[in-house]
Design a protein around this ligand. Sequence first.
Ligand code: ZN
Length: 506
Amino acid sequence: MPKIETSYQELLKLLREAAVLNSCASLLGWDEQTYLPQAGSAHRAEQLALLAGLTHDRSTSPRIGELLTELEQSGSLGDAESVLAVNVREARHSYDRNTKLPRTLVEELSRTTTLAQSAWVSARKKSSFAEFQPWLEKMVALKREQAEALGYSGGVPYDALLDEFEPGASSQEIAAAFAPLREELVPLVAAIKQSSLRPKVELLTQRFRTEDQKHFAESAARAIGFDFEAGRLDIAAHPFCSSMGPGDCRLTTRYNEHHFPGAFFGVMHEAGHGLYEQGVDPAAFGSPMGDAVSLGIHESQSRLWENFVGRSRAFWQHFFGAAQQAFPEALTEVSLDDWYAAINDVRPSFIRVEADEVTYNLHIMLRFDLEQPLISGDLQPADVPGVWNETFSRYFGLTPPDDAHGCLQDIHWSAGLFGYFPTYALGNMYAAQFFEAAQRDLGDLSALFARGEFRPLLDWLRKNIHSRGKQLRAGQLVQRVTGQPLSHRALLAHLHNKCDPLYGLS
Ligand code: ZN
């Protein structure tokens, strides 16, 4: 075997070992959220901390650095999109991120995050920003330190944090896509608020037995292609999708007998993440070619199945009969039109995680508006509640009654996740662009959905997105697959197509 091939195989082996260790932590994390007896949580924390340390040591091993340098200097990487070149490029990217941070900062961040999160839980309960403020100050200071250690181009420290979730994206590019989206969403939300057409949302809060919800949601996830031989669905307080590696992808949801959409669209959403995980090349596990592009692209897959498929009329043309059979008391007398309108109800509300497809993006932009100046130092943590409420009323025409319904609602900042929020709205925009491109390639997707045929769409996503691993960065992928750069247009067209007839807008 030529020397360079030996080095490459050694690199892949080291990356894979780190990924295997990490997947053990994922499994323990999943168990913690689903079945762990409460008395076991202290020991679980010890298990997870040890694994995190081992994974960190493995993934920052100087040997990886040596191998990467050797491969980079060999002149044999070839085409930038070849498997070898992609694996080396992306392994370098994470290796540099992992090794640039001093150990003291990593430990300080981890300790402060744990404390800040419990302070946040208590502050949110009392709706007391004052109680959380010192923790937000500490967190912001540490994240600024982290951004400096990581380095950034273009003079925007926030971009160094964004890079963890959306590699290669810049806040400038995101802001350029958000601005026109916001300009059109604000009047759309206002027009819907004014409309006299109101969906019968009370249909959604009738009694839907938990056991029946579970079967129905599972049958829908199976119909869109989620492989239950290689995955499962369990109950957890916070819905998520976690992949343990090839052949083992786990979804969670939570059920409320008097609220149908929560669990059902939650499962569609997490199954969308799961379809992505089940679609990457199992043989490439542990290497960048076997990994998702970014959080934004991951979210595009969940949103696509949840909203563009699961909330479409065609989907329910196929599934409504089965829903009526599953929930005869609630749905026998209900028409498909009323059901379709109810699951697409749009109304401004204070809480992001309960927001509909239209207003959701405004919740994200508000957070993006605040995060950047917080990290650059142009906004002081003490001023967050005021700026939050002022921006909220500009976007939604409502003022939050208290900080629990305002700037204290999300866990992200206490968890140090600055730069994470934009990936949700990027996911919505990417989803719309991908869906439009799939429609162009496959013809009328509605006609397929109405017949219960979801395979052509899944195959298209597998071929164009899932199987590529990290071959392209998010921006390049969208350009390659859709022929367009990141843009708000497809998402707005989709929202108008849906909402204009539902709310009698012209
Ligand atoms: Zn998601």
